[in-house]
Design a binder for this molecule. Structure first.
Ligand code: BJW
Ligand code: ZN
Length: 260
């Protein structure tokens, strides 16, 4: 049975809570909307612009090859912005549930590290499909390293460099046209295929292969619960679609039953 609710009231949230209660395995797929209420801008829609650029124009290998200073300036700005943000009630509820419940895993498209910041237990750490704002990767030797430094994008010469070989470093982020880390994607696909419920939170579901994960759950006979402010390409196939802010709906959905 498919259920759509304009808010958290009524039977749809109860239906979704029942699906989650009965599920042995749950995979959660999050997108930029889960971090919007922490102050991290989403990619698309109002507020999705940086200066006069769209994210799609900067998050590409071609943009980096053409103008690494401009692309690093954008990532440096985002790093600083995200460093001032903290996990909201949705990140916290997801992390607490993942810490307490076996078979509950978080997969995120976000590079902001807020699911990691909310995680108290290793089982609450997310799979990060699109990389991290707080890692760099060498353009020559591919060495990765954690990096939360302020980016000096004054000129090409001041940009982050690889500590191992001295070549220019790039953000360790999956740009358009680049393949996702095969092991990370494989694990995410296995989680989605084996899940009784895929809970999708705050993604426009436009970017693949991430957007296809919910279909893997559905095709294997599982249910899809979507939380978003607006409809997405996943809505028509969702078992339950809940409309409203993630920071309200996620904690409400995951709160223990009163009798427990
Ligand atoms: C709220 C809320 C609140 C707001 N509460 N909700 C199959 C078909 C078509 C194309 C392709 C395909 N397979 C691959 C492609 C090509 C491409 C792609 O998908 N293109 C489409 C856009 C058409 N994919 C790729 O290139 C991927 N690579 C790949 O597949 O390699 C092999 C290959 C290549 C080429 C062809 C075929 C195969 C790589 C994709 C990497 C994406 N990287 C980015 C940028 C880097 C990260 C960064 O710099 O930060 O990742 S793009 C950007 O979009 C970012 C995000 O992770 C990603 C998803 O965005 P998200 O999270 O959904 O955010 P928004 O802003 O779009 O949506 C926010 C949502 O929240 C909205 O719905 C709001 O309503 C909601 N919301 N506030 C609840 N408070
Ligand atoms: Zn190197």
């Amino acid at each position: 049975m498919r259920d759509v609710a304009a808010d958290a009231s009524g039977h749809s949230i109860d239906h979704a809570r029942g699906l989650l209660r009965d599920a042995g395995r749950v995979v959660v797929l999050t997108g930029a909307g889960v971090s919007a209420e922490s102050g991290v801008p989403t990619f698309r829609g109002a507020g999705g612009l940086w200066k006069e650029y769209r994210a799609e124009e900067l998050a590409t290998p071609e943009a980096f090859a053409r103008d690494p200073r401009l692309v690093w300036e954008w990532y440096g700005w985002r790093r600083r912005l995200v460093q001032q943000c903290t996990p909201n009630a949705a990140h916290i509820a997801l992390a607490e549930t993942a810490a307490q419940r076996d078979g509950f895993r978080i997969v995120t498209q976000n590079v902001d590290g807020l699911h990691v910041a909310a995680a108290r237990a290793p089982s609450a750490r997310p799979l990060e499909l699109h990389g991290s704002l707080f890692r760099t990767r060498c353009t020559r030797c591919s060495e990765r390293r954690a990096d939360d430094d302020v980016v000096d994008a004054t000129s090409r010469e001041t940009l982050p460099r690889c500590a191992a070989c001295g070549a220019m470093a790039r953000p360790d982020i999956v740009w358009f046209g680049e393949s996702l880390d095969a092991r990370v994607l494989d694990e995410a696909m296995q989680l989605a295929s084996g899940a009784n419920v895929c809970l999708v939170v705050g993604t426009s579901a436009l970017v693949h292969p991430a957007a296809g994960l919910a279909d893997l759950t559905r095709r294997a006979g599982g249910a899809v619960i979507e939380i978003n402010l607006a409809d997405t390409p996943l809505t028509s196939g969702a078992t339950v679609a809940l409309r409203g802010p993630a920071s309200v709906l996620v904690p409400e959905l995951l709160a223990p039953d009163p009798a427990e």
